[in-house]
Write a protein that binds this ligand. Sequence first.
Ligand SMILES: C[S@@+](CC[C@H](N)C(=O)[O-])C[C@H]1O[C@@H](n2cnc3c(N)ncnc32)[C@H](O)[C@@H]1O
Length: 218
Amino acid sequence: MLELRPSDAVIDLGCGTGQLGVPLLRFARVVVGVDPEPDMLVALGARGTSVVPVLGGDALLPLLGAALGDVGAVVIGNALHWMDEPAALARAVGVLRPGGAVAIVTQGPPLWLGSSRWQVAVKRAMEVERGPLTATCGTDDATLAGRAHILTGLGLVVAQRRWVAEHSVDAEWVVGHLRSATGGRAPSGATVAAIDDAVRSGAVERVTTTVVSGILIN
Ligand SMILES: C[S@@+](CC[C@H](N)C(=O)[O-])C[C@H]1O[C@@H](n2cnc3c(N)ncnc32)[C@H](O)[C@@H]1O
């Protein structure tokens, strides 16, 4: 999917706390994490990694590309839906070296669209606080197909991979996840109490990861 060379730079766009960028460190010369939320970059720094934090958004890509030289990959995890997608993808493709790749990773549907009993309870509590929650955060098939179409139009050879995994979650994880997925806004005290109740006796999330990737052949 990504054929990185040791001389490559990698850009993790919308890096958050580095879920994608940190594991890619060992395959690249440098990994740069770009995010407009200072708190995210502080949390990334607190992990003690050597991902280089850059405060900003996708508009910075041309400048970063020029500064970094060979960019072997731009990876975007659960973040593209916050951006003007065609513009961000055009900028991402614009910084790639020949043979470089863009990888768009989504994990979902978001937990508020899940059908487990604990997910339904969490959704109910969040909706009392914030009103109807229907956003797919870019995980629905139509959005994924649209992204593949954009990458193809930009001249990339596109592929899609998908897998499902299960992991146990606790209240702290659910609260952190909801905060990150809803633009940094933490759930209220009442919602946190409801989340505690919902997951106290054990909760498992079954999550689908989809990677839409494109390689720049020329
Ligand atoms: C749900 S988090 C995903 C974090 C991480 N990539 C992950 O997969 O866990 C989405 C991130 O996108 C960032 N973001 C929002 N708008 C952005 C933009 N225009 N350019 C880059 N990042 C952006 C947010 O600040 C947030 O940290």
